[in-house]
Design a protein around this ligand. Structure first.
Ligand SMILES: *Cc1c(COP(=O)(O)O)cnc(C)c1O
Length: 524
């Protein structure tokens, strides 16, 4: 039973009439927005659990170093603080609270055993400056993870240093640059990238000093071989392609494409963020890719979103090994491990990040790979592809699916026809999904599909969850025809309605400023 909780929702629901059986909007008003700690502050209130300092504590601090006025800190009792943070945490939507089909992001459930492994004191308490002799366990794990990623990808060697996929791309393209320079091949200034690439690809190419040449994709969603052929030449340093692509399609012409790329002396970069679709079925190294990155937080498992944390290891073929970032983890003849010394390998592009990388994320990836084993990882990919194709088939009842051939781990649906018929846009559908208790999919990406929704269910969801999501999308399409106001005014059950996302991103107001004597200390 749907229980509208705002007057707008009640009015809109009245327009729609009774719901068909089996469909319901969850009644729960989400948790409410919380006042800031400064607004909760009351003079003289506090936990009082901190031991009182000695009477002469202040006198021990030189007068010049003492504040003239006390800091404007909030004064709050402990239960209020505890409730404040617990209530704030309930405003979060996470994979542990619900379905999160955010295409391109692989928001799969992360097994808790990974958390156990990453928190083992031997890993978690290891000082980053600990000498190699005291860090053998961690170095051993990192070395084994490199080996595992090399085996999964068919690459010669792997660096674990980059802190995310985007930084992995940068490391990879810097190695490409170093490769051409080392051969004295200095005129290669261009990187060729299809127009449906992840935005990080062209950003990477320009950060590394290259010019991006953008290539339209073919009508079937794959690369346009002829467009590539005319873009490739003596100025091409590399191509970057995402495989499976950001449309969730496997690139069928990859062998032909890579032959063309290598024939002009360029290198081929594979954005491997979507490796969760192909493990055990396709190894980029075997296909001829020269360099690729992994998004271990997506493909294997670390809770991510909200900006991190992640890790973006990079795999390379033999020709690029000399340029790998330093320090590498080395295994000595006696089986012990050590980090490369500074300057030990002058051909290296140098350091990409402090220490050896986001070790906590790398431990989670190792735990995930070990827990699944080879056959388990193949099953992961097969289940991810099965779930996506099942959901695509169900969603096609109410939305267009522009590419009919089977998808990989994600698929793109479009609300273009719905918009023509009812005025309801993809953005409205996404907002209305929140009222049905689901996280919206990625919308308006890639830009090449009008009113697109990129939906990635991942292998961890049950058929019941997939059905509930498909039912919600189908119900929203029906609402769009019968009571479009219900969809265009959504969300009605969330603590906030439609936010100005551009202003929030461009003019964020994140700082609290005290105002002496003001009723509320939070003026903005
Ligand atoms: C997520 C993603 C990236 C960027 O990875 P981050 O870890 O977020 O930096 C790059 N390419 C593709 C295709 C992705 O899905």
């Amino acid at each position: 039973m749907s229980v509208p909780i705002t007057p707008e929702a009640a009015a809109a629901a009245a327009l729609l009439g009774p719901e068909p059986s089996g469909l319901s909007v969850p009644p729960g008003a989400g948790p409410a927005l919380q006042p800031t700690l400064f607004e909760l502050s009351r003079p003289g209130r506090g936990g009082g659990k901190v031991a009182h300092p000695p009477k002469d504590a202040l006198d021990r601090i030189p007068a010049a170093a003492r504040r003239v006025t006390p800091p404007a800190l909030p004064e709050i009792d402990e239960p209020t603080v505890a409730r404040h943070y617990v209530n704030l945490s309930r405003l979060n939507y996470s994979i542990d609270t619900g379905f999160y089909p955010l295409g391109s992001c692989t928001m799969k459930y992360n097994p808790k055993v990974n958390e156990w492994a990453a928190r083992l004191p031997g890993f978690a308490s290891l000082h980053p400056f600990a000498p190699d002799a005291l860090a053998q366990g961690t170095l051993d794990l990192l070395w084994q993870l490199e080996e595992a990623l090399a085996a999964i990808s068919g690459m010669e060697a792997v660096t674990l240093q980059p802190a995310a996929g985007a930084q992995g791309e940068l490391a990879g393209i810097l190695m490409v640059r170093a490769y051409h320079r080392a051969r004295g091949d200095l005129d290669r200034t261009e990187v060729v990238i299809p127009d449906n690439a992840h935005g990080t690809n062209p950003a990477t190419a320009s950060m590394a000093g290259f010019t991006t040449v953008s290539i339209p994709s073919a009508p079937d969603g794959g690369v346009d071989i002829e467009a590539f052929r005319s873009a490739l030449g003596p100025r091409t340093a590399a191509i970057m392609i995402t495989n499976p692509s950001t449309l969730g399609l496997f690139e069928k012409r990859v062998v032909e494409l890579l032959e063309m790329v290598h024939a002009v002396g360029a290198l081929a970069y594979m954005d491997g963020a979507n490796l969760n679709a192909i493990m055990g079925h396709f190894r980029p190294g075997d296909a001829g890719f020269d360099v690729m990155h992994f998004n271990v937080h997506k493909t294997f498992g670390t809770p991510h979103g909200g900006g991190g944390p992640g890790a973006g290891p990079v795999g390379v073929r033999a020709a690029l090994v000399p340029f790998l970032p330093s320090p590498r983890v080395l295994r000595e003849a006696d089986g012990t491990f050590r980090l490369e010394a500074p300057g030990e390998r002058p051909s290296s592009i140098g350091r990409m990040r402090s220490f050896v990388g986001n070790t906590g994320v790398l431990i989670r990836a190792y735990a995930y790979i070990r827990a699944h084993g080879g056959p388990g990882l193949v099953q992961v990919s097969e289940d991810a592809v099965l779930a996506a194709n099942y959901l695509k088939h169900r969603v096609a009842e109410a939305y267009e699916v522009p590419f009919e051939r089977p998808c990989m781990h994600e698929f793109i649906a479009s609300a273009a026809a719905l918009k023509r018929d009812t005025g309801v846009r993809t953005l409205d559908v996404a907002k209305r999904l929140i009222d049905y208790g689901h996280h919206p999919p990625t919308i308006y990406f890639p830009h090449t599909v009008e009113e697109g929704m990129l939906i990635e269910p991942t292998e961890t969801e049950s058929v019941e969850t997939l059905d509930a999501f498909a039912d919600a999308l189908i119900a929203i399409a029906r609402e769009a025809h019968e009571a479009p106001g219900l969809v265009t005014s959504a969300p009605t059950t969330a603590p906030v309605r439609r936010l100005d996302e551009a202003a929030a991103a461009r003019q964020p107001n994140l700082r609290w400023r005290p105002v002496a004597g003001a009723e509320t200390p939070c003026p903005e």
